[in-house]
Design a protein around this ligand. Structure first.
Ligand code: FES
Ligand code: FE2
Length: 416
């Protein structure tokens, strides 16, 4: 209802847009900027979205054996999440909070343990979360030890990706939330892509602004002149466009082509030569025997490079034939977020492949620094209040979807 009111405020001008209006049935109205510049609205997002959605916490292969654990801090949600593989080999999540006097139990980011031990007064839990040692127990005759396990958090796994949901009774299963994505990527060899280059960055931007920068390729010839433009801009299409854009219930897909038409700079040219583990290998990998998952390259284009998939609110997977990128957009405050980025490939088998991986990782790092600097500047100028709206093109439909989903869940963006 509230969103309908917002939509009636501005009338779209001009004719239909292919992906926005014709294919996906959305309207083309501008989006208010206030949703990225308001501490009060951010608080609503935390309550209405992040405390009720499936949030990514990494790959289950990060917990290789019983007792392996990782800690995922969610500062804006005021908790720390402990994810642990139990002695029964099942992965579970708990609030990383002791039942005695609420100390943070596990302090390290990751490790391996036989018991989960609190260093304040020595209480210990097994890897299933049950309290197994209550020190000086006879002084606690009034409590029931069985009621004092760690507080569980819902955890579900899809294709090796672990998700938690802080809602004690999640409104929908992970499968329902993933919708088309749930089976649409079956057959992609996520489990073989074990070589990971990862980093986390604190970015001075609203979580949605940062995410928006990864939803389109319109910015590439301008923001990534040296680092990426050569792979996307062609004579026929100097400003690159999508092959297809499709919205799902909780996100969407953006399919895009690559090109080497204008010739490659020397280093990527070398990388291309050794490219069995590189993004620049394009469709060659399918002919190398990989069966194509249903959702990938939906237009069956010969110059297809990859597909971006978004699962609202926090996950983006950019999938290439021989590499995928994992982005987790973690909110911190209305103008700060943590960006958890990983690049996964098969382990390199030769120096050539090792070179490609290192090159791709270095390119990703430089390219994303270019994105950071832009979104951090955008955040500062947006806070000025000089502009009221984002005016989005047909190519920016996933940006629109991010903001529309946000408003559906947390209410319309503030009007001033
Ligand atoms: S707070 Fe954990 S043992 Fe006291
Ligand atoms: Fe970018």
């Amino acid at each position: 209802m509230a969103l309908a009111e917002l939509k009636s405020e501005m009338v779209p001008n001009g004719g239909p847009l292919k992906w926005t209006t014709e294919v996906n049935g959305r309207d083309s109205r501008p989006i208010r900027v206030t949703g990225c510049a308001s501490p009060e609205y951010f608080a609503r997002e935390i309550e209405s979205i992040f405390k009720k959605s499936w949030l990514p916490v990494g790959r289950d292969s990060e917990l290789p054996k019983p007792g392996s654990y990782l800690v995922h801090d969610l500062q804006a949600l005021k908790t720390s999440v402990l994810v642990v593989r139990g002695k029964d080999n099942v992965v579970r999540a708990f609030h990383n909070v002791c039942s005695h006097r609420c100390n943070r139990v596990m302090r390290d980011d990751r490790g391996s343990c036989s018991t989960i031990y609190c260093r304040y007064h020595g209480w210990a839990y097994d890897t299933l979360g049950k309290l197994v040692r209550l020190t000086d127990e006879s002084e606690f005759r009034h409590v029931n030890k069985d009621d004092l396990g760690l507080t569980p958090i819902s955890l579900q796994i899809w294709n090796g990706f672990m998700f938690i949901n802080l809602d004690p009774k999640p409104q929908e299963s992970l499968q329902d939330s993933l919708a088309d994505m749930y089976s649409g990527l079956d057959g992609y060899p996520f489990e073989e892509m074990t070589y990971c280059v990862a980093w986390k960055s604190l970015v001075n931007s609203n979580w949605k602004l940062m995410k928006d920068a990864f939803c389109e390729i319109y910015h590439i010839p301008f923001a990534h002149v040296q680092t990426a433009a050569f792979g996307y801009s062609s004579k026929a299409q100097p400003i690159p466009r999508a092959l297809a854009i499709k919205l799902f219930k909780n996100g969407g897909q953006f399919s895009f082509r690559g090109t080497s038409e204008g010739g490659l700079p020397p280093t990527p040219e070398l990388a291309f030569k050794y490219s069995s583990a590189s993004a620049v290998s394009g469709t060659q990998a399918w002919s190398a025997g990989l069966s194509k998952p249903k959702l990938l390259n939906p237009t069956n284009s010969t110059d297809w490079l990859g597909d971006m998939f978004q699962l609202y609110p926090s996950l983006q997977l950019s999938i290439f034939p021989s590499m995928y990128l994992y982005h987790n957009f973690i909110p911190v405050s209305f103008d700060k977020m943590i960006w958890d980025f990983r690049m996964y490939t098969r382990p390199p088998k030769s120096f050539g492949e090792m070179f490609v991986n290192e090159y791709s990782a270095a390119q990703a790092k430089i390219g994303t620094l270019e994105d950071f600097s832009i979104v951090e500047l955008t955040q500062t100028t947006m806070n000025s209040g000089a502009k009221r709206y984002f005016n989005l093109s047909d190519q920016e439909l996933l940006v629109r979807a991010n903001h529309e989903l946000t408003q559906e869940k947390a209410g319309p963006y503030p009007s001033n």
